[in-house]
Design a protein around this ligand. Sequence first.
Ligand SMILES: [Fe+2]
Length: 354
Amino acid sequence: MTVTLRARSVSRTVTGLALPLALLAAGTSAATAQGEVNIYSYREPQLIDPLLKAFTEKTGIKTNVVFASAGLNERLAAEGQNSPADLLFTVDAGRLSEAKDAGLTQPVDDAALKGAIPQQFRDPANHWFGLTMRSRVVYASKDRVKQDAITYEELADPKWKGKICVRSGQHVYNTSLIATIIAHKGEEFAEAWLKGVKANLAQKPAGGDREQARDIHSGKCDIALGNTYYMALMARNEKNPEQKEWGNAIKPLFPNANDRGSHVNISGMAMAKHAPNKANAVKLMEFLSSEQAQKIYATANNEYPVNSKVEPSDIVKSWGRLKPDALPLENIAKYRKKASELVDKVQFDAGPSS
Ligand SMILES: [Fe+2]
């Protein structure tokens, strides 16, 4: 695993867990009095750096980030009360709930946070707070799909046989979506639905969301499931300009726009149970939910701001209106294990022919 430590504008990338831990802990004990906040982040550094920079400019409080793609909850648990972590940043409400359920977080009862973040996008007991929203929509071929509306349920309709592409059913983006289907329609329905979608697959699930757009572009399939922000990442990809063509081949359809709304998930934050710099961490939480930071999120990441006073970016608005499914996000945590079991049970990732 690669772990990146960022402290005082110095970035080091090291392999393994023991070394960066020691570095962060050592840096922290001396620095606490100077006003710092320590973050364990599953979110990539380039996504949060502009926000942290703006926070430091505004408050003078420095930020230290340990980034890892996996294992941060385990690290928090292992460190216990000696942990230097103040805040945990991650994507997916399920992961935030898991951290809460594992006893790794503490509640933050804060009027500014409650005012900025709608109830649906925060933990009822104030252990975690959403910062941005993304919707899991249908990418549809502009050339071959004429309809302008769709439901998740319809993906199991045999009319799509051999026409659907999707990444692994076990990916957190998909298990979270399936968890909402279980919450709304029950386990039996969800299993039959998954079987139906599997029967409609054009190929074995593989790749990320963008690769599904690539396969629509090349004609392998007509529709796919994908997160909204990838459409912006493809449309503006100067590094890999072929992705512009992938993005240009698709149009987003917001599923269930005419009934319960489209599945949304969040990126969010939680206060670590033993946060040593709690007051500073609360300031950062409040800042990240403020209009200033939410504007940065909206433009830099092309996610939907959770703060309703802030508009999405122009490109996001150009996709049409998002009606978010109002299902409280704690349901994702509640049903995600079951969703994962169903994916295995129907052998979703084996593809259409098994
Ligand atoms: Fe993603």
